[in-house]
Write a protein that binds this ligand. Structure first.
Ligand code: UD1
Ligand code: PEP
Length: 426
């Protein structure tokens, strides 16, 4: 199993091109199930989760051309689904990637049946999908759960008013896709406002869907009989962007970091930018780039994770790493997932001073961390260990980085390109 070897103590200087967003690309690939015409997707990130999704879609019968995804060419994936090969999303694939649940809405809406393995929990929490199921039932799907599978059937879904119990990102996406092919009008209230929901809506609209209100908490969808092919460019990954921003801020103390992130979407990152400015970083942005300069020890920040546009849970671990060597004490509260502090014991192994009380972690900044062997437990926990390793004195070896490969494209190459001492051990 691959590991990362990091020698800490280098500032980050130079330019990194941001990849397309994993969490936008995954639902948008599923929209490929909804048309028999080519859906051409640009800026699809090269990630393990994308490979898993393509494997899942292929076995459903999606014709996929990824000829242009060769290294360094623009990553383009073309999908078309002339007919269904199988309505089953098997446990084998679903257990490796929770976003597999996103085939449920498209399958039942277009083909009238779906058999999708329940994803089950993961390291960060129980992660139920009851809102996906209840929403589809409201749209008229008949749903039973048997032998670990969701069985959904409907001759044609019918529009309805759906109010979700909590803000759910993939829940909103699943229901929006299902409603796009339902008969009549659907209104989703308490909808997720994440940029990835907006990106999916834009792609569906390009395919002929009638959707308004994406990006607000009330999305209206007038169902159409069929969707057609389209071209769409996946929005930049705001979490990859935020991760590199935190890495630059944390390493500024080693003589000054100056990092330019291109192909980014700064407009999706306001809460993250605000926290970095509060910590003492200098940030400029315009259009599709964002530049961070940091030349001193940062100040600890407090953060509370909430749905977009507030501070994202997917950035909590990376800011925790930044707080570890900041001046003062940062209080971080995780309100979205019940077990998303798995990085804390590993950060403590690197010398951090962190105390957890229920959903809150109190991080007292220490002057320095010291390198050690640590273990990644989930995707963003892995990213926080990379940031901590870049700051720690001496060598840090991170194992189980298959978690990192799920969601970051060539992270070690991108960081090495801006001066980090980081290599993959195979
Ligand atoms: C592929 C993808 O886009 N993943 C993102 C998505 O995950 P995902 O869409 O799985 O997360 P949700 O937004 O659904 O979860 C939000 C909260 O709602 C709860 N809930 C959700 C659905 C449901 O049916 N019942 C229920 O109780 C969850 O347990 C959690 O407490 O949004 C999360 C929250 O921003 C991010 O951390 C993930 O990176
Ligand atoms: C939690 C994440 O992803 P997933 O929902 O796929 O587990 C993430 O991207 O941080």
């Amino acid at each position: 199993m691959d590991k990362l070897l990091i020698r800490g103590g280098q500032p980050l200087r130079g330019e990194i091109a941001i990849s397309g967003a994993k969490n936008a690309a995954l639902p948008i690939l599923c929209a490929g199930l909804m048309t028999d015409e080519p859906l051409v997707l640009r800026n699809v990130p090269r990630l393990q989760d994308i490979a898993s999704m393509l494997r899942l879609l292929r076995q459903h019968g999606v014709k996929i051309d990824e000829a242009a995804t060769v290294r360094d060419a623009e990553p383009v994936v073309t999908l078309a689904t002339p007919s269904l090969a199988s309505d089953e999303a098997p446990y084998d694939i679903v257990r490796t990637m929770r976003a597999s649940i996103l085939v449920l809405g498209p399958l039942v809406a277009r083909f009238g049946s779906a058999k999708v393995s329940l994803p089950g929990g993961c390291a960060i929490g129980a992660r139920p999908v009851d809102q996906h199921i209840k929403g589809l039932q409201k749209l008229g799907a008949e749903i039973t759960i048997e032998h670990g599978y969701i069985h959904a059937k409907a001759s044609r879904l019918k529009g309805a008013r759906i109010v979700t119990d909590m803000v759910t990102v993939t829940g909103t996406e699943n229901l929006m896709m299902a409603a796009a092919l339902a008969e009549g009008r659907t209104v989703i209230e308490n909808a997720a406002r994440e940029p990835e929901v907006v990106d999916l809506a834009n792609c569906l609209i390009a395919m002929g869907a009638k959707i308004s209100g994406a990006g607000t908490d009330r999305i209206e969808i007038d169902g159409v009989e069929r969707l057609h092919g389209a071209e769409h460019t996946i929005v930049a990954d705001r979490i990859e962007t935020g991760t590199f921003l935190c890495a630059a801020a944390a390493t500024g103390v080693f003589g000054g970091s100056d990092l330019l992130l291109t192909r980014a979407a700064p407009g999706t990152l306001q809460a993250v930018i605000d926290k970095l400015v509060e910590a003492g970083a200098n940030i400029e942005n315009n259009g599709d780039w964002i530049r961070i300069r940091a030349d001193r020890r940062m100040k600890a920040i407090n953060a509370r994770t909430l749905p977009y546009p507030a501070f994202p849970t997917d950035m909590q671990a990376q800011f925790m790493a930044l707080n570890c060597t900041a001046e003062g004490t940062g209080v971080m509260t995780e309100t979205i997932f019940e077990n998303r502090f798995m990085h804390v014991p590993e950060l403590i192994r690197l010398g951090a001073d962190i105390a957890i009380q229920d959903d809150t972690a109190v991080v007292k900044g220490v002057p320095a961390l010291s390198g050690a062997a640590v273990m990644a437990t989930d995707l963003r926990a892995s990213a926080s260990l990379v940031i901590a390793g870049l700051v720690a004195e001496g060598e840090t070896v991170i194992s189980r980085i298959y978690h990192l490969d799920r969601g970051y494209e060539r992270m070690e190459a991108k960081l090495a390109g801006v001066g980090a001492s980081i290599e993959r051990l195979r």
